[in-house]
Design a protein around this ligand. Sequence first.
Ligand code: NAP
Length: 293
Amino acid sequence: MTARLLEGKVFAAKIKEEAKREAEEFAEAYGRMPGLAVIIVGEDPASQVYVRNKEKACEELGFISKQIQLPETATKEELLARIDALNRDEEISGILCQLPLPEAIAPYESEILERIDPLKDVDGFHPVNVGLLVMGKKALSPCTPAGCMKMLELSGIPVDGKRVAVIGRSNIVGKPMFHLLLAGHATVTLCHSHTENLKEICREADILVAAVGKPHFVTADMVKPGATVIDVGINRIAPKKLVGDVDFESVKEVAGAITPVPGGVGLLTIATLMMNTVEAARLQQEKQGETRI
Ligand code: NAP
């Protein structure tokens, strides 16, 4: 059996199309396109590439886009002042502070991220959004797991009532993935490095999500025949070779559907960020409406 390939570029294009259409509807109603601001501190080359890609996505969709480049030596206070200004900026619907932060201010990461207005927190990392997600309420959710949910929806793979195993419990991927799946009425098991009988749990899953950060961690004997396998992992095993957490070659013979790495989930993150930016713009308008009443 060879699994159906869930290609990131196909779903990313659909998500961007939807974001563009919704942004245009927003602009028709409120007279401006949603706006995304990205703050980058220092010169980390990988971060520079990510920020450029976000800027390109804004251009492609016609969003307002602002890049704030601060020097490596920027202080916490300088960064907080920039965030405060963006929180007040009506043109800006979403604010994203590119991680990792330089070593000198990295210890203040939580304080810095929590300074972003929860209604503009398009990364979904603010405790208010985390809390809303846990309570099953409308929230801005982290882009990678939200992108996985959107991909499942667009590919017609049902979640409701299904058994799902998520391997990895990070705040960025595993935990929000768990809550999004739960909100979609799946029965979810969240696995981590202390989980006993991992293989048996995985083999019962209709959908298996791997967010471990270990190359080829998920092997064919861990997968239920016909299951959907979503590989969130990105592992560099040689200067020009990226692999996921799933042993793709063997697992694709057992799974019903599978995401490749590269070319899978990684491509969904920016598209989902655009979707979150439109959602943030709408939430701010709703809030303004409420305060006027
Ligand atoms: P992380 O913070 O390092 O978390 C890894 C998780 O895997 C932890 O919860 C850990 O358990 C668990 N784990 C480690 N060894 C295990 C084992 N032997 N059995 C079961 N669970 C085990 O990583 P992350 O930030 O969630 O990222 C995971 C992967 O996704 C990485 O490869 C990362 O590069 C990738 N990623 C991709 C995207 C994207 O856009 N596609 C976005 C974010 C991350 P404990 O909690 O017990 O330590």
